[in-house]
Design a binder for this molecule. Structure first.
Ligand SMILES: Nc1ncnc2c1ncn2[C@@H]1O[C@H](COP(=O)(O)OP(=O)(O)OP(=O)(O)O)[C@@H](O)[C@H]1O
Ligand SMILES: [Mg+2]
Length: 263
């Protein structure tokens, strides 16, 4: 990927169903596959086709960015993957299972066990301290093993803040609590919808560094939704969305470390 984000022809690939792994040298395992996924919304008289039959494959351990302008369908794709919404048609495979076929219980289990979610505005429970926000997830997932809330908060640099309530934390600190909370599950896939949208540059850099480092260490597949071109060099693969379609896929065999972006 070149620095000024102008894509050369060799970097733009026309999408079809027969995709090749992102890094052919090292054979990667497909973890997510969208097949002709359509999502329509009907709100009163208004009909919106938020996803117009999209196809893509994501490989285990990759850092993937969904890029695109407002209303392009990025969050819709992420919400379908996270089991927060249902596709109108098409199939969505995760680890070979079609999650569009899941009943309520299986979907609940999938959301609890396999996926972590980081939101733009943190979604922390305001009446719980940082530690209790993380502990709640550990209890829900019955994961008492090696991870505990204090350790996870220490990992994200909040050792001295564990007993603070969200209102007593800065934006970046709250986002770091929400990262610790998402990591508490040890998810296979982590979704981050505009995770740095409400943060300044310095904090954006810290949060992205933490996310990338942790996901690479634990082989977590990370999907970041953003409309910020600036961070695309950190990803293994960038999908660009426009009007409910994927208009390009850019693979990057040599992602830039977060700290080396021209901040
Ligand atoms: N719950 C909903 N009901 C009706 N329409 C919706 C709903 N959610 C999304 N849409 C519509 O679907 C389209 C895609 O929305 P989506 O939220 O996926 O966009 P986005 O790419 O995430 O944009 P942004 O960068 O602004 O977050 C938009 O036209 C939006 O208005
Ligand atoms: Mg969105």
């Amino acid at each position: 990927m070149n620095k000024d984000n102008n894509l050369t022809n060799s970097e733009i690939e026309v999408l079809d169903l027969e995709e090749t792994p992102s890094t052919p040298k090292k054979k990667k395992k497909p973890i997510i596959k969208f097949e002709n996924v359509v999502k329509e919304y009907h709100t009163g008289e208004v009909y919106t086709r938020a996803l117009n039959g999209i196809n893509f494959t994501i490989y285990e351990g990759d850092i993937v960015i969904f890029l695109g302008t407002s209303g392009a369908g990025k969050s819709t794709a992420l919400n379908l993957l996270g089991g927060l919404d249902q596709a109108t048609s098409g199939r969505i495979f995760v680890d070979g299972d079609d999650i569009t076929k899941y009943n309520e219980n299986k979907m609940l289990e999938y959301r609890r066990a396999k996926v972590g979610y980081i939101f733009q505005f943190y979604n922390l429970i305001q009446t719980l301290t940082a530690k209790d926000n993380v502990e709640l997830v550990l209890e829900l997932c019955k994961k008492k093993k090696k991870s505990n809330a204090e350790y996870l908060l220490e990992q994200v640099g909040l050792k001295d803040r564990i007993n603070n309530y969200p209102s007593q934390l800065s934006g970046g600190e709250q986002q770091r609590v929400s990262i610790a909370r998402a990591l508490a599950k040890e998810p296979r896939i982590l979704f981050a919808d505009e995770p740095t949208g409400a943060l300044d540059y310095n904090t954006t850099r810290q949060v992205l560094e933490l996310l990338v480092k942790t996901c690479k260490e634990k082989n977590i597949t990370l999907i970041i939704v953003t409309h910020n071109n600036f961070i695309t060099p950190i990803a293994d693969v960038v999908y660009s969305f426009r009007s409910g379609e994927i208009i390009s896929k850019v693979e990057n065999n040599n992602p830039t470390p977060v700290g080396e972006l021209p901040w």
